[in-house]
Design a protein around this ligand. Sequence first.
Ligand code: BMX
Length: 294
Amino acid sequence: LSGVALDLGGTKLAAARIERGDIVARAQVPTRGAASTADQVADMQDLARNVGLETSDPIAMAVAGRVDAGGIWRAVNSETLSNLSDVNLRTLGSDVFDRQVSVINDAQAAALAEYHFGAGQGSDAMAYVTVSTGVGGGFVIGGMPLRSANGLSGHIGFSTSRLASQRCGCGRLGTVESIAAGRAISAEANRRGHRVKDAREVFEHWRAGADWAADIINTSAAAVAEMCANLTATLGIDRVVLGGGIGLAEGYAQRVSHYLGTEPSLFRPYVVPARLGADGVLLGALAAMDWSTE
Ligand code: BMX
């Protein structure tokens, strides 16, 4: 497993140089949410150079948003990446980097990495769930990643929650993402008159004992727990690997497990933290590239 992997999420763009499965160099910048597709790729190129891109390096991209079977990249939540046009990312990437590039959704990449190298090993029906800027996911069922030609499979954050009622950036009403994601957590705090820059600050207030912060975080965790129970009912999920900046924040997984405890045991998957952390997206993107050319 060697090459350069790029991870374009809703908040940060990361690049890593991977040599025989180890990350040997990394770089990171904030994502420009309103940049065009061409500018996003230009940012990726700059960052790839920062980790020592060489002409012979394979390049694997993992991006927030859906990538269809043809390689077209689109936002599902257009508030996160607001200026993507219907451009073929595989073709554009190949032109810019002057070689073949592979393209995959960020959560699907992490799902593959956790299944093969991380906390998902041995699971019969695994869901990777990321609670981050958005709420995303990927499934590995019977050892096979679940894919769909429209690139939407795994986008569980856009299923609905009985706790949510607001309009989501995907157009649906009351999605899990609209109440549980990092964006939703900080927006709700501000709506209640508590000035915060991001969800991290809400977690700080929670740890300092603020009831309002506990309420917002509990609501997020309860919505994610409900979603995990729904996944178990639909796909027979036996293990949920929880990742993302919120998913891995101290104390969050325990809250999710607490709310799952209110479900009948049949609908209670085993919840484990992602073992590869933020590296899962990068490693999974490169691994997916190797496997797709085998
Ligand atoms: C959203 C969606 C997914 C993505 C997930 C996690 C967009 C722009 N994003 O549900 O494609 O996988 O968020 O993304 O439609 P992150 O930015 O939180 O890492």
